[in-house]
Design a protein around this ligand. Structure first.
Ligand SMILES: [Zn+2]
Length: 133
């Protein structure tokens, strides 16, 4: 194991399972996934880990009818851009909601679900999904 492996994996773990990103103390912007440098303030910024509340609303969405290999059993399913109440956006699956029931502006909340293992294609799957709130 290389020297940087532990913090790297811990950071990824926090992002996937705890919905942790960053907040810039200077410009008060939030980022997910977390950043090392604030893209607005650059060197003068000060980024701290921030755990998002998980509350947000549907910003836009798409219904997946023809899923990638390995996800056939889940189709059709909803992939949405969620605008978190802190103001940043994440892409996630929306569960416990029929494709015909989802609406832009609908309140949603993060939930934690069993997810498929990462496969050889390197497909990245976060540990959280969103459901109607
Ligand atoms: Zn900043």
């Amino acid at each position: 194991m290389t020297e940087y492996a532990v913090p790297f994996h811990w950071r990824r773990f926090k992002e996937r399972y705890l919905l942790i990103g960053s907040k810039c103390e200077k410009c008060k912007r939030y980022f997910y996934p977390g950043r090392a440098i604030c893209p607005v303030c650059r060197r003068s910024g000060s980024l701290k880990d921030y755990r998002f509340s998980g509350k947000g609303k549907v910003f836009s969405y798409t219904i997946i009818h023809v899923p990638p290999k390995g996800f056939e059993a889940y189709a059709p399913y909803i992939i949405a851009i969620i605008e978190l109440e802190e103001g940043c956006k994440v892409i996630s699956q929306v569960v416990d909601c029929k494709p015909e029931d989802i609406k832009i502006g609908m309140p949603v909340r993060a939930c934690f679900r069993k997810i498929r293992e990462e496969d050889k294609s390197g497909l990245v799957l976060y540990g959280f999904k969103f459901r109607p709130d």
